[in-house]
Design a protein around this ligand. Structure first.
Ligand code: ATP
Ligand code: MG
Length: 273
């Protein structure tokens, strides 16, 4: 790990237009050692009877360690539900959810809470910063709650890369929306999570802040081996990822390697987006 990562190209390299793969056969046999996260037959049903909603429908997905995956699909297709299940924030109706070698569906509530704290980073669209704490206190809060020491070098590196160095003594109310989002991102990275989940992290940002955020995520994966799963509706944002998966009605409806804006747009068009 270097203190000054090499600059990344502002755009991901162009890749040949990838064909949209049809929903594939189950990938349960994928090598578990290469998977940071994995679902096997993951089904999530909200409610019951006539009002039941099948948000995820027998989903088989493997997220490679160190990879940067974008999740796309129409509103209501199950993207947030998938993130919440993978992050241990919501439970499966049936199927399995693996984080590395741990099956989340077998854990007690207490064990899940500890796993979330120690191995998961989550950036919500609403930043969930505590208004009475400074940016620095917000960023280090999860470590302090876990009784773990703050790695000052890592703190300095993350906050400098996110352009927060001179905003650290300020409370969220004194920060712009983009700065608050970056504080939330820094907070989620302080514990060096196994997987960082980000649900539309650029949704509330202007184009410059959005580009900075995406460049940071790309660099985190390339330079630090950070595994990232990001929900987005934006083909430009998705093109920063190594892979784009598309959901429709809780099922895998497409899987693109080395996406670019054109291939993402083409794949979205097949879903009628
Ligand atoms: N807590 C809940 N109770 C009942 N139904 C829910 C709940 N959460 C989600 N749903 C339903 O599950 C389906 C999938 O929702 P989800 O939030 O995963 O969609 P999404 O792909 O993230 O959509 P968006 O792009 O609008 O954020 C939707 O039909 C939604 O109404
Ligand atoms: Mg959502």
């Amino acid at each position: 790990m270097t203190a000054t990562p090499a600059p990344l190209p502002s755009n991901p390299p162009a890749a040949p237009a990838a064909a949209v793969a049809p929903a594939t056969a189950p990938t349960a046999a994928a090598a578990p050692t290469a998977a940071a996260a994995r679902t096997v037959g993951l089904t999530k049903v909200y409610g019951s009877g006539d009002t039941a909603v099948r948000a995820l429908d027998h989903l088989d997905l493997t997220v490679g360690a160190g990879s940067f995956t974008a999740v796309m699909g129409p509103s209501g297709s199950g993207k947030s539900t998938l993130m919440h299940c993978l992050a241990g924030l919501d439970t499966a109706t049936s199927g399995q959810i693996w984080l590395g070698d741990t099956d989340l569906t077998t854990l007690s509530d207490k064990a899940l809470t500890i796993l979330r704290r120690e191995r998961i980073g989550f950036v919500f669209q609403a930043f969930n910063l505590l208004p009475m704490l400074t940016a620095e206190q917000n960023i280090t809060l999860p470590l302090r709650l876990a009784g773990r020491p703050v790695d000052r070098d890592w703190f300095t590196q993350v906050t400098a890369t996110l352009g927060l160095t001179d905003r650290l003594p300020h409370r969220p109310g004194e920060l712009s929306g983009g700065q608050q989002q970056r504080v939330a991102m820094a907070r989620s990275l302080m514990t060096r999570p196994d997987v960082l989940f980000a649900d539309e992290p650029t949704g509330a940002l202007d184009s410059r802040s959005s580009t900075e955020m995406l460049t940071f995520l790309r660099r985190s994966s390339t330079d630090f081996g950070q595994t990232i799963v990001m929900v987005t509706h934006d083909p430009n944002a998705a093109a920063y990822a190594d892979r784009v998966i598309l959901l429709a009605d809780g099922r895998l409806a497409g899987d693109l390697a080395d996406p670019n804006v054109e291939s993402v747009l083409a794949a979205m068009a097949t879903l009628g987006e």
